[in-house]
Design a binder for this molecule. Structure first.
Ligand code: GAL
Length: 384
């Protein structure tokens, strides 16, 4: 990592700034070193606020954004907030105090950063919302993310494919049901959760209306399906409760819509503990996911989780760096969507990336051939 940084750093001035930064570590908390480097680095300081290190995806995102910005000549203060809202607020306040010229923020609670963003705006600091939209503030300048509604459509599609209602090419499958399913959603304070759920429900509804799919618990609203902070433990507990309340008299659940791999693993644990599976071939329900986290890719490879959605964090990080560089050069980043993301105050110009459904039979083409994971990592269920 250090070698990579130094190879990328051309010129003595840059090398100085980066030496200070790499000495401070990859932003696990203090961000020390970054401020010292800011005056020396050609491009100036950029603050990168990430929500949590409990999920591997945000670790990958943080590292990719930091590496990309450093290669582009900036000094980076990368901070993780342990999913704690006041911590994230403080970290952003500190980035502003340290002299950050631009902020890239993946929020915990999208509605809780208006004060921080106002201070940023007062100092002329541009703000890029990363993956999750920051709401209720006019001071969000740009949004880089995936087509989140479509991610929800893909999650529901993978559920339909797993149940045999659709084929992977989208044509009608042989299965007619009825199938018992349950629905999980993400954290309600994350704007993405609603987009994922809307995309999924719009896709599943025709089958629910026909009776092909039955949400046996009756819990069909996003409020009932939500999982605070996208927590694996919370999801496991809710699945256990559903099994007790709805499936204790001999009915079986056949599919579970899950919006995130961590949630999927909680659901799978609850199902296996209740005697399902342990694999799909042995009766485990079809469980969907998102993020192609390595632990879940292994489960897909082993026939346990059915599918996930691959959102290439390398591309998202690249897009964040491109947009940041445009702002830093006094230009406006290029948007490809100027309609979809109203944050409650304004429509935020966005750059949306596309995602893919990962099934067992395309792990190789999507994830291994693209260099996202090695075959050994998929087998082990661990990156690195
Ligand atoms: C969402 C994000 C998902 C997933 C989830 C839990 O905001 O779009 O990809 O990572 O958070 O971390």
């Amino acid at each position: 990592m250090r070698t990579k940084i130094f190879v990328a750093a051309v010129g003595a001035v840059m090398a100085l700034g980066l030496a200070a930064c790499s000495g401070g570590g990859a932003g696990a908390g203090s961000g020390s070193g970054s401020t010292g480097g800011s005056s020396a680095a050609a491009g100036g300081l950029i603050g990168v606020a990430m929500p949590t290190q409990t999920s591997e995806r945000w670790i990958n995102d943080g590292k990719a954004v930091k590496d990309g910005l450093e290669k582009a000549g900036y000094t980076v203060d990368l901070e993780y907030a342990g999913d704690d809202i006041p911590t994230q607020q403080q970290q952003i306040d500190q980035m502003i105090t340290k002299g950050a010229k631009l902020l890239i923020v993946a929020s915990i609670d999208g509605t809780a950063l208006a004060n921080q963003l106002q201070s940023a705006a007062d100092k002329g600091i541009k703000v890029i919302s990363y993956d999750r939209l920051i709401r209720d503030s006019a001071n969000v300048d740009f949004y880089v993310t995936f087509d989140n509604y479509k991610v929800g459509v893909q999650q529901a599609t993978s559920l339909l494919v797993g149940l045999g209602i659709l084929n992977a090419d989208g044509s009608a499958g042989k299965a007619t049901g009825p199938f018992n399913i349950e629905l999980f959603a993400g954290s309600l304070d994350d704007n993405n959760a609603k987009f994922f759920f809307d995309g999924a429900i719009d896709t599943l509804k025709p089958y629910m209306d026909k009776g092909t799919l039955v949400v046996k618990s009756g819990q069909t609203s996003i409020e009932q399906a939500a999982t605070l902070r996208w927590s694996q433990e919370t999801a496991q507990k809710r699945m256990e409760d559903l099994l007790t309340s709805t499936y204790s008299k001999g009915d079986k659940v056949q599919g579970v819509l899950s919006p995130f791999d961590g949630i999927s693993r909680g659901i799978i644990t609850a199902l296996q503990n209740a005697g399902y599976g342990p694999t799909i071939a042995q009766g485990l329900p079809i469980v969907t996911g998102q993020d192609a986290e390595i632990a879940s890719v292994k489960l897909i490879n082993d026939g346990v989780q059915f599918a996930t959605i691959f959102k290439d964090t390398r591309k998202l990080a690249d897009q964040a760096v491109t947009s940041a560089s445009a702002f830093m050069a006094g230009k406006t980043p290029e948007a490809n969507d100027t309609k979809s993301y109203n944050n409650g105050v304004k429509v935020v110009p966005s750059f949306l990336l596309q995602s893919d459904i990962v099934y067992k039979d395309n792990i190789k083409s999507l994830l291994i051939d693209s260099g996202y994971y090695t075959e050994a990592e998929v087998k082990a269920g661990q990156a690195g």
